[in-house]
Write a protein that binds this ligand. Structure first.
Ligand SMILES: Cc1ncc(COP(=O)(O)O)c(C=O)c1O
Length: 442
């Protein structure tokens, strides 16, 4: 039994102290985690509404619960905006996360025991696409047998010819290939969806693209457009390059709509977090208005950051292709230490990014605890109004820690001074509140 060290009111107050300390820390830090972003103040307002206390199982107009008069209308606005933003026939905005959206895709397009092809984690795949032996969602929850896309490290991309051969071989060996799952967590370059969709379709497999990371860039017209390159469906998180509340989304051709609806409810959700649904609608409206401008700046920023990091001595992967065409950069830092140690040193300097496996780490005997890489994303700093000159300053700050071994108060002071002029949210409908302001309701 746990014995509490503080009385309940003191513990209650302690939680608020920690929340406020977190806000202060992020206000003075450089948030560079590629899977994160900061939503607008408008989205934050939506997510503290009473919608967060309600249930609305089922589809709009066909609910299993009463009390949905306004919820139905907001959900319909959200669906209409998602369809317009991604230029598609069908959108289900109910999945509560990217993993949940992937489970909806697996439920729609596969049966347990089928084979799915996806990227291996060191090559940029996500745990939700992973095999059962290490607890990956596709294997352990849906019972899929996962085969990996052949990957070309120089190109930092899927090898088209080797993949076509591998799919045909697996099918001729008797595997029931039912899904080609494109996309991933480290996606600096568009993948060959156009080149490979036919291969999967010819072998009776469907094609899905996990755009958890790049959905904002897809919406803004700055990356590939999987739904118009042959994919049957696309899943996403709503809080990475899309700057919304944490949540998920699945879009598809209309012919898959009914199956996706059933796969979402009752298949993979009950309550679908209606406050976040309202927040998604607000964010989609922001993206309709400002998405192109915001995402084109993301791509310029990440290229500027990658160029300068490479110049400053980090080995940024994908050099042959110009380092990156998305929000994400991956660098080999093995000349200076391991990913875990450097992640910690950077965090102590208020530069928040994460360690990452490199495509060749496992072969070199490295492990995800202390991998050879670090990953940065520029979505959040772009949203704060930073442009190419600030990216060069950020690269220098990272290099002072990673390459020169500087640490501590001097770096933290320089980070805070850079951050001072960038504490408002851009590419949204306007608010006088600062980005990291702690909004007290009590
Ligand atoms: C490719 C990919 N898919 C799915 C997810 C899971 O998204 P969520 O955290 O919204 O469940 C992630 C998370 O980073 C991801 O990178």
């Amino acid at each position: 039994m746990t014995t509490l060290t503080l009385e309940p009111k003191k513990m209650h107050d302690r939680v608020f102290e920690l929340l406020m300390a977190h806000h202060k820390w992020f206000e003075a830090s450089l948030p560079l985690i590629a899977s994160e972003n900061i939503p607008s103040i408008a989205v934050r307002e939506a997510i503290i509404s009473d919608f967060g206390n309600r249930y609305a199982e089922g589809w709009t107009g066909e609910r299993v619960y009463a009390g949905c008069r306004y919820i139905d209308q907001v959900e319909q606005v959200c669906i209409d905006l998602a369809k317009a933003l991604f230029r598609v026939e069908f959108a289900d905005v109910r999945p509560i996360s990217g993993v949940c959206a992937n489970l909806v895709a697996y439920t729609t397009f596969t049966n347990p025991g089928d084979t799915m092809m996806a990227l291996a984690i060191p090559a940029g795949g996500h745990i939700s696409m992973g095999r059962k032996d290490f607890g990956g969602t596709a294997g352990s929850v849906r019972g899929l047998d996962v085969e990996y896309f052949p990957f070309d490290v120089d190109e930092m991309n899927i090898d088209v010819d080797a993949t076509a051969k591998k799919v045909k071989k697996l099918v001729s060996d008797g595997k029931k290939m039912s899904l080609g799952m494109f996309g991933g967590s480290v996606l600096p370059f568009p993948q060959p969806v156009k080149e490979l969709s036919e291969v999967f379709h010819d072998n009776n497999a469907s094609v899905c693209y996990d755009a958890a990371h790049v959905a904002g860039l897809v919406a803004g017209g700055q990356f590939q457009d999987p739904m118009h390159e042959g994919a049957d469906a696309m899943t996403a998180s709503t809080h990475k390059t899309l700057p919304g509340p944490q949540g998920g989304l699945i879009i598809s051709k209309s012919e898959h709509g009914e199956n996706i609806k059933r796969a979402t409810f009752p298949g993979n959700t009950s309550n679908h977090h209606l406050h976040h649904l309202a927040g998604k609608a607000i964010m989609f409206a922001e993206m309709m208005a400002y998405g192109r401008e915001y995402t084109s700046q993301i791509v310029k920023n990440s290229r500027a950051l990658a160029d300068k990091l490479n110049e400053d001595g980090l080995k940024v992967l994908g050099e042959k292709k110009g380092f990156t065409k998305s929000h994400v950069i991956i660098a080999d830092i093995t000349a200076y230490g391991d990913g875990k140690t450097l992640e910690k040193k950077l965090e102590d300097s208020n530069i928040i990014l994460n360690r990452n496996l490199l495509p060749y780490d496992v072969k070199m005997g490295r492990h995800f605890e202390a991998p050879g890489g670090i990953r940065c994303g520029v979505s959040e700093v772009t949203r704060l109004g930073m442009k190419e000159p600030q990216m060069r300053e950020i690269a220098d700050l990272i290099a002072r820690v990673v390459v020169k071994g500087e640490q501590g108060e001097r770096i933290r002071a320089d980070v805070a001074s850079l951050k001072k002029s960038f504490n408002m949210i851009h590419y949204a409908f306007g608010s006088s509140r600062e980005a990291y302001e702690y909004i007290k309701l009590r």
